[in-house]
Design a protein. Structure first.
Length: 290
């Protein structure tokens, strides 16, 4: 990925906020942007995660090019503060990559309203304020607003219900943002990937397996519900290759990127033939929600 992105002038000196840029896919995206010459403000929930990411990003030794900000975007005022920081340090915002979210495992009928609210806060509400604060500047720059959703926002599978609800809500929000801001010049991209291979380079990560073990055991779910995608049987996406595809979608200013392709096809079938498509999805999902 590095060599290909280094030859790409599209991001040179762009002023970019990467929310969730300290770990996972967000960190890979931030790395690609840094190698392409962008000026970055990466956002993480803790000062320590920001510090570790800055230490690992290329170009962070160049004064004023790679900056960090600790913020909890679920809290009121934090999204505006982050954008204000970018305006103060860079003089503007050209692009926004929103890479924040939290998955989980549960039976939907066992999930109380408070847990649904938490899922919505982590996956949707965290996007709202920073989007509103940055939208006008990004439109003026004819920049990109990129949101990392999930295949779970397209296909509802067992034991992923609360996460599917939240990512579906994010997808609808992004569509609504696009309707309003695209005529003013901004490009709005929703990325809906399947499970992504965990990043092994860069900042330290927590456990890469058994991420949802407590939820799975506590709810009496099958052990494979702990697997990526809830054990749906999808191959893991390579985060660097996915980043390349995201940058290409930005170049083409496309509205949505759904991967893997066979899952995108299934999502399309469900839209056109809801009953038959859902029966097909049910056959591909081998486990019963119990």
């Amino acid at each position: 990925m590095a060599a290909r992105i280094e030859r790409n002038p599209a991001w040179q000196d762009r002023r970019v906020i990467v929310a969730g840029g300290t770990t996972g896919l967000g960190f890979v995206i931030a790395t690609g942007l840094a190698r392409a010459g962008a000026r970055l403000l990466i956002v993480g929930r803790s000062s320590e995660s920001v510090r570790q990411a800055l230490a690992a990003l290329p170009g962070s030794d160049q004064p004023g090019r790679i900056l960090g900000c600790a913020a909890d975007l679920c809290r009121a005022g934090e999204g505006g503060r982050v954008v204000g920081e970018a305006l103060d340090r860079f003089g503007g915002v050209d692009d926004l990559f929103f890479c924040i979210g939290r998955s989980g495992r549960a039976r939907i009928l066992d999930t109380p309203a408070a847990a649904i609210e938490e899922a919505l806060a982590a996956n949707l509400i965290s996007a709202v304020e920073i989007t509103r604060a940055a939208a006008a500047d990004i439109a003026a720059a004819r920049g990109h607003m990129v949101y990392i959703g999930s295949l779970a926002g397209k296909l509802v599978t067992p034991f992923m219900g609360p996460y599917c609800v939240a990512k579906s809500a994010l997808a609808a929000y992004v569509d609504a943002v696009r309707i309003e801001i695209a005529p003013r010049g901004a490009h709005v991209l929703l990325v809906s990937p399947g499970p992504i291979r965990r990043v092994t380079a860069g900042p330290a990560l927590g456990p890469t397996t058994d991420r949802y073990a407590d939820e799975v055991s506590g709810a009496g779910l099958p052990e494979d519900a702990n697997l990526p995608g809830g054990g749906a049987g999808l191959s893991l996406l390579d985060p660097e290759r996915l980043t390349e595809r995201i940058f290409e979608a930005c170049r083409q200013r496309t509205a949505e990127l759904v991967l893997p392709r066979r899952a995108a096809l299934l999502a399309g079938i469900i839209q056109w033939c809801p009953n038959w498509g859902r029966r097909l999805l049910g056959r591909l999902t081998t486990r019963s929600p119990g």
